[in-house]
Structures are given as C-alpha cells and as structure tokens.
Write a protein that binds this ligand. Structure first.
Ligand code: BES
Ligand code: ZN
Length: 634
C-alpha cells in the first residue's frame, strides 16, 4: 500500500533498522514510563504535549456503514518544542493500528517503531511512537472498532429515513476512539479531511466545506482553519438535506425532520447576531445545526460550525430554544476560550449557561430569563442537597475519575450563578465589557481556572476593589457549595408564585383543574407545576389531569418527561404505556437515566424496565447504554 516507503535508503538509522528487522522496540521505547498514570498536565490524556505537540491533522477516511468502521489514515503535523525528545505519545482506545510511518522533509516514508502502553479502561491505551530527529509529520493507518465509544452507528430500521446513520460524540474524551491524537482540551490544532461514504448518503463535519446537497461521488472534503481541541472533532453520515435559515445559518436533518426543524429554528440567524452584539464577532464562518436521530445521547453538542441537536427539542412552538442558544453561546465560551482540563469545565459550561440566559433575555425579555433562572436554581438546590461534598466545588479534582463525572449541575448552574453574582456586583455594562475583552485576550487558547482568576483580579477586582474581592472569588471557585460571604443572588420569578398556589389549591381540593389558566402558561410554568407534583399524585388524579390536558399525548418532551416520571410514581398505566414507546425511541440521557433509575427503585418496575431496556439497547448510543445499565444496576 505504501509504495513510497523507502526503508532501505535509511539503513543507517538505528530506529528504522529496528522497525524493519524485528518487532523489538528500540531503546527509546523500553525506557519510556509505564504510563500507569497519565503523563501530561491533563490527567485524562497520555499526551506529552509540552514536548511534542500536534498542530494539524490531515484525515483520509472511508466510512463503511455496514461494517460500522471508519478506516484510512491520519497525518499528524507536529511542533517539537524539545527537538531532542524522541517519542510521540498519542491517546487511543479500541483502534486497530495498521501502520505508522514518519514522513521525512523530502516526503519519503520511514516506518517507525511503535507500541501500545497498558490498557487504562475508559482512558484507552497510550500509543507510543518513536520519533526520529527532524521528523515533523507522522502518518498512522488505522481502522476504528464497530464498538467505538465515540461513534453511534444506526441501521436503516433505526432511522426515520430508513437509511443508515452514523455520528460522533467526542466530548469529553472519545475522539481517541476514532482518531489517534492528543486527546486533551489543552492542545488545539487545525485539520483537513477527506471522507468517503456511500453515494446515497451525505457526510458532514464540524468544519468548513459542508455541502448543501448530496454529491454523486460520495466523497466530501473539509477544512478547519481555526484551531480546535480534540473534543470538538465531529463527523456524521446520513440521509441529510439542508434548509437555509439565513445567510450564515441553516439546518441539516433527515428529510422527515427538515421542515419542522427549519421552522422551529428559524431564529438561528438572529441568535448569532445577538451573540455578536453581546460578546464580539462570531469567528467561525457559518453556524449550522445538525438534527440527529432521537438516540443522540445529549440535548446538544457545540461542535464548531455545526452544532449537534436532539430532535426532542422540536416542540412545535420554539419553547425549547434555550438549548440552541446554549450551543451557540459555546462558540465563544468553550470553543473560542477552552478549559485546559476537565477540572476547569465551569469555564465552558458555567459561562455558557450565563450567556444562554443573556441570549434568551435579548430574544424574549427579562421574564423568560427569570423563569429559566429559577428552574436552574431549583435544580442546583436539589444537587447541592444530595451530591457528595467533593463534587460541590466549581474547580474539582477529577484526576482519579472519569471526566464524564465533570458534567453535573455544579459547573453549569453554580458557574452561571457565580457570573450572575459578578454582574450584580460590578454592573452589567462593566461586566459585558470585561467579557468581550476576556474573549479577545484568550481567543483560541485553552486556559485554567487560575488564568481566569488572574485575569479577573487584574481587570475587575483591581479596578473596583470596593465592589468585589479575591477572597469572595476564591470562595466561589474553591469552596464546596454556594458561598457564604459572597451571598449568591437567588433568582425570583413572579410567574411561579401563582403556579405554586394553584397547585396547592388543586391538591387540597379547593380548586378544579378547569379553573387553572393553563392557556396562558409558559412551558416553564408547566415544568414548574409538574416538578412540584413529584410523589404527590395517585392514578385517579393522573387520570383527571390527562382527561383535562392530555399530557400522555404531549409533544413537548420536557413536559412529557415529567409526566412520565409522575406516571412511574403513581403506577399510572396510560403513562407507563407511553413510557415504553418513549424509551424505545429516545436515547437522550437526561431523560432515560432518571426514568430507568425511578423504575429500578420501584418494587414493580425493575424487571419490566430491564425487559424494555434489552429491546431498546440496540438503538442506544454507548453512553446511553452505560448510563442506563448503571441506573438499572446491571
Ligand atoms: N457540551 C455539552 C454536551 C455534553 C455534556 C457533552 C456532557 C459531553 C458530556 C452541551 O453543551 C450541553 O451542555 N448540553 C446540554 C444542554 C444544555 C442546555 C444544558 C444537554 O445536552 O442537555
Ligand atoms: Zn454546554
């Protein structure tokens, strides 16, 4: 295959001889550490990126939807801050490596020694490559496993188009299951890609170059001119069509979803403009959305230039658009200024929840913002009351843990309330100005919480020491739970006060369902109403509510989800029937995990839930399988 390999011409090179003549690793390899612990400054990556750093990838892949593999090669371009350091360590998990070659400055290939280090479970195995002096490019030929954790493969029976579909989910550390690379948010690189798929499907990536129509060659080319961290690498293959929502924005979806999606997301262009007005220019060219099959394990994923979105937010009335605002906001917080490691996740998600609220406020007004804030506060209070003490800090030590564990309400909602608090202390104008400068200053960099702290000290606290102090900021960052001295601002929403009263009155038999003014309720008021009914209803009350509101037939998945939770609590049969079809279709973890957990906790529901899960499992993403099995105690 590699006709350009010229091993013999370099017979003088010990490394090459070792590689060509036997499988024994050369000295540089045997001397390498055992990688029992990760070696870089990111505990979740084996990459020694201080010594050798990937700066560009060139991917050439074939997507085989029958075999469920990506195969081909990647050329890694390297910077070598320590030129004498003769080892390149990459992250990999379940990859079948066929061949590793150094590319010499004259373009010739030089086979080099490589080996896998020990298997570290979810962290995968370090791929250790001997790096001769002067080499700045390495080519790796490989094939992914059909069980690659970062990819989901669906066959035609599992999609709405009847054609197969494949998509990646790389965050936090699954890019290594489909590309051998330095899988840490601390390293950023640009990339090019050529991907071939079946001719009746279209390939898209989180990159420039997505086509607006399927071409007839099956080959697609992409280019990512802005440096990104590996967790933002994204690819998808499916029966996709495109609908424009503005000059810079549009939607990709299977044909069955496209019309409803384009209508639901028609504010996309305006949202980008709002984002720019708030935090400075949108620096990624286009902003498109890819609507995934309902098995997508998240609500959304901020893949640059092409965010991935669950179809479960297509409610018909735009009521769940906060999630789109969220993924768009990541174009600044996260994609532009990235957390250096997963301990600093709040810099990504906390900032993004704050910005999401600002975009929603600009679009729909203060009242909507307050309702959303209150829901987020109530959720945070639940977490603070139940979670382990060591998980309650904004900046958390995750070194011994799966980075999945980083994603809980604390970095999201407590991070957001921290920024609300700063805004309240210094005033919105000052804070907005600070944020715009922060994004400019750290654009396309990966930073730690301590970098943020130092920047805030210099640009906020120094200018206004009477308004806020470093002691307060440190309490927010490093102490568990909400701070005591720097009292957080509890959001209030007038809209929820009457809802609480109506709920109490109805439960006490003092008010009929007919007299509830639901026609005027926002979706957030509905969610607040239903959340407050947890563990309160019997099957008779559920029936009465369904007769009046038809909640089992609800299209809004957030409302439906709460109704299904109430159905489990009340053992309400029509709800349980709906739950079965829901679990067989939807793989969004935010819904499936608590539903399975509630069933598992009930005396009657566990065996039934396991039986439903076994049927649903083939259509679930690996992440949904993992979370569901944990919830069910399997
Ligand atoms: N970056 C996350 C998605 C994610 C979460 C990836 C956990 C890996 C692990 C995305 O931006 C996100 O936060 N999505 C939320 C929606 C948001 C509105 C809170 C989701 O998917 O529910
Ligand atoms: Zn997010």
């Amino acid at each position: 295959m590699l006709s350009r390999i010229r091993c013999a011409a370099l017979a003088g090179l010990v490394l090459c001889l070792a590689a060509c003549q036997n499988d024994q690793p050369p000295p540089a390899l045997t001397a390498s550490p055992e990688y029992r612990v990760a070696t870089g400054t990111d505990p979740h990556s084996f990459a020694e990126f201080e010594k050798v750093r990937v700066s560009h990838l060139a991917l050439d892949l074939d997507a085989d939807l029958r075999a469920r593999t990506l195969s081909g090669h990647v050329v890694l371009s390297l910077e070598r801050p320590e030129p004498g350091f003769q080892r390149l360590v990459l992250d990999s998990r379940d990859l079948d490596i066929h061949d590793v070659n150094a590319i010499q400055p004259n373009g010739d290939y030089l086979p080099v020694s490589w080996r896998f280090g020990a298997d570290h479970g979810h962290l995968g195995r370090p791929l250790v490559v001997v790096l001769p002096a002067g080499i700045e490019q390495v080519r790796i030929d490989y094939t992914t496993s059909p069980d690659a954790f970062g990819l989901q493969w669906l066959d035609g029976a599992q999609t709405s188009s009847g054609k197969p579909f494949m998509f990646s989910q790389s965050q936090p550390h699954y890019a290594r299951t489909w590309v051998p690379l330095q899988d840490t948010p601390a390293v950023r690189y640009t990339f090019d890609a050529t991907v071939r798929g079946p001719r009746d499907l279209m390939v898209v990536m989180g990159a420039a170059g997505n086509e607006f129509e399927r071409n007839d060659t099956g080959e697609y080319r992409f280019h990512m001119p802005e440096p990104i961290p590996s967790y933002l690498m994204a690819i998808a293959v499916g029966d996709l069509v495109f609908a424009e929502t503005g000059p810079r924005t549009g939607i990709y979806a299977e044909p069955q979803w496209i019309e409803a999606a384009a209508e639901e997301f028609d504010v996309l262009e305006e949202m980008v403009e709002i984002g720019e007005n708030l935090y400075g220019p949108y620096r990624w060219g286009r902003y498109d959305l890819l609507v995934l099959p309902p098995s997508f394990p998240f609500g959304g994923m901020e893949n640059p230039r092409l965010s991935y979105i669950t179809p479960t937010i297509i409610a018909g009335d735009g009521s769940l658009l906060a999630l789109v605002a969220h993924e768009l906001a990541h174009s600044w917080s996260g994609n532009l200024v990235t957390n250096a490691a997963w301990r600093d996740l709040w810099l990504n998600e906390g900032f993004t929840v704050y910005f999401e609220a600002r975009i929603m406020e600009a679009l729909y007004g203060r009242e909507v913002r307050d309702q959303l804030a209150r829901l987020s506060w109530d959720g945070l209070m639940d977490t603070l009351a139940t979670a382990d003490e060591r998980d309650l800090q904004l900046v958390r030590d995750l070194s011994e843990r799966d980075p999945e564990q980083a994603f809980m309400r604390v970095p999201y909602d407590m991070g957001r309330f921290f920024l609300d608090w700063i805004e309240d202390r210094v005033g919105r104008e000052v804070f907005d100005d600070f944020l715009r400068r922060y994004f400019d200053h750290f654009a396309f960099q990966s930073i730690t919480s301590e970098d943020f702290r130092a920047y805030a000290e210099q640009h906020l606290v120094a200018a206004a020491p009477d308004l806020l102090s470093m002691a307060e900021i440190d309490e927010w960052l490093y102490e568990p739970g909400l701070p005591h001295i720097a009292a957080a601002i509890e959001p209030q929403s007038d809209a929820f006060v009457p809802v609480d009263e109506w709920r109490e009155q109805w439960l006490a038999g003092e008010r009929s369902l007919d007299s509830l003014p639901v026609e005027e309720w926002t979706v957030y008021q509905w969610l607040h109403f239903l959340a407050g009914l947890a563990d309160q209803l019997d099957a008779g009350q559920m029936t009465a509510m369904d007769e009046r509101f038809d909640l089992v037939g609800e299209r809004n998945h957030e409302i439906l989800f709460l109704w299904l939770m109430r159905s489990i609590e009340a053992q309400y049969s029509p709800g349980i029937e709906r739950l079965e079809t829901f679990l067989l279709e939807v793989g969004r973890n935010k819904f499936t995990q608590p539903l399975y957990a509630a069933l598992a906790a009930s005396e009657w529901g566990r065996d039934w839930a396991i039986e439903v899960y076994e049927r649903a499992r083939p259509g679930y993403h690996p992440l949904t399988r993992q979370a569901s099995e944990r919830a069910l105690g399997l």
